[in-house]
Design a protein around this ligand. Structure first.
Ligand SMILES: NC(=O)C1=CN([C@@H]2O[C@H](COP(=O)(O)OP(=O)(O)OC[C@H]3O[C@@H](n4cnc5c(N)ncnc54)[C@H](OP(=O)(O)O)[C@@H]3O)[C@@H](O)[C@H]2O)C=CC1
Ligand SMILES: CC(C)(CO)C(=O)C(=O)O
Length: 346
């Protein structure tokens, strides 16, 4: 039997959580994987399907089923068993509420790997779930460049085989003595088939997070407000002055972030023109995608805006940088979410 420190729990059993769970159970010697369901209906669905998860590479690809998962229903579980390795794949605004019911099982012995868009979730966890720095888990962050969606609650579709992920230990320089416990989770994620995960050092991870954030700050709110696919954001020249203003604010915030001072990161990487190239490249690679924010809006779900443009606003305020264009887009997204979307119109 595997040691408890070599088991993995997954919270957020949507597209990314299911994909990661499936990939881990596809390893030649898979670790025990426990799926943490927050809704009884989802728990029942898994139970009735014998705790199997399916994955297809594209809509028409063959169904690859993986079995051997165990599950817990969060509302019902009275477990106090420690959780050593936790993968978090809920949407950013649900991070704190998702970890609340299991916080007594998490601590210094735990490694938490967040696979999410946006930034600021770890600050929220530190403030609201783990206020005592001496008992905090080790954090890892994964940047997903795969496109995944669910066909049913137990079947995920991977849109293509060219996706990749970058994975690193957060702030590893300041928690050097603790990073060894993260090695188990790091190792199995790097080896998991389909994930195509590369390991990166903290400075490279932070740089990649900021690049991804810049692309999300332009693409996500504009596609959601205009209700268009990603490619339209570049084709529509009427939007170019707005891209420029957004990126000027984002560049000013990135270049002044105090956490970059001690890291070997060249601040010119965050010039407006460099960020423009990142955004343009992301649009080219995802032109046919319907962004996650547009999809959230169409389905009447909370968006991740507070962790995308909202993060720029918070950091801009701290640094005394005016971010009124990002503020206006944030307000528009929040206002449109309140009105409700014209779901199903397209
Ligand atoms: N899908 C993709 O291709 C990509 C996604 N990402 C990012 O990955 C992250 C995850 O996205 P994705 O998998 O698509 O999102 P999904 O909405 O598919 O999955 C999120 C899951 O979390 C569950 N959940 C919500 N609240 C809680 C809670 N309190 N406790 C436990 N589970 C909860 C949801 O359940 P339910 O809604 O059923 O209640 C849902 O199953 C996001 O940050 C996203 O931006 C990044 C790149 C690509
Ligand atoms: C890169 C992009 C914009 C791809 O659609 C994305 O991350 C998202 O939709 O959230």
């Amino acid at each position: 039997m595997a040691s408890p420190s070599h088991s993995v729990h997954i919270i957020g059993l949507g597209s990314i959580g299911s994909f990661v769970a499936h990939s881990l159970r596809s390893l030649p010697t898979p670790p025990p994987v426990t799926l943490l369901a927050h809704r009884p209906a989802l728990y029942q669905e898994f139970a009735s399907r014998g705790w199997k998860l399916g994955l297809r590479l594209t809509e028409d690809g063959p169904l690859q089923e993986k079995a051997g998962f165990s599950g817990e229903l969060l509302a019902k579980t009275a477990s106090t068993d420690p959780i050593h390795n936790l993968i978090v794949a809920v949407k950013a605004p649900a991070t704190v509420s998702a970890l609340e019911p299991i916080k007594h099982r998490l601590g210094r012995h735990s490694t938490i790997c967040l696979f999410q868009n946006g930034m600021g979730q770890i600050d929220d966890l530190n403030e609201r779930i783990f206020p005592d720095a001496s008992t905090r888990p080790t954090y890892m962050f994964g940047i997903m460049r795969h496109g995944v969606y669910m066909r049913s609650p137990t079947e995920a579709i991977l849109a293509g085989s060219s996706g990749t992920a970058s994975l690193g230990i957060v702030d590893s320089e300041s928690q050097e003595s603790r990073t060894s416990q993260a090695e188990f989770l790091m190792d199995i994620l790097i080896r998991a088939p389909c994930l195509h995960c590369e390991r990166v050092q903290w400075a490279d991870l932070l740089q990649a997070q900021l690049f991804k954030l810049a692309a999300n700050c332009v693409l996500n709110p504009l596609t959601a407000i205009l209700d268009v696919r990603n490619g339209s954001i570049k084709e529509n020249s009427g939007l170019w002055p707005l891209h420029e203003r957004l990126l000027q604010e984002i560049s000013a915030v990135f270049r002044n972030l105090p956490e970059l001072r001690s890291l070997p990161i060249d601040r010119d990487l965050f010039s407006v023109s460099s960020l423009q190239s990142v955004v343009s490249d992301t649009i080219d690679k995802t032109a046919q995608n319907s962004s996650s924010m547009r999809e959230d809006m169409r389905k009447g779900r909370a968006t991740e805006i507070e962790y995308i443009n909202g993060w720029i606003l918070r950091r801009g305020k701290e640094l005394g940088i005016n971010c009124e264009t990002n503020a206006s887009l944030t307000q528009l997204v929040l206002a449109k979410s309140r009105i409700g979307s014209n779901a199903g119109a397209r």
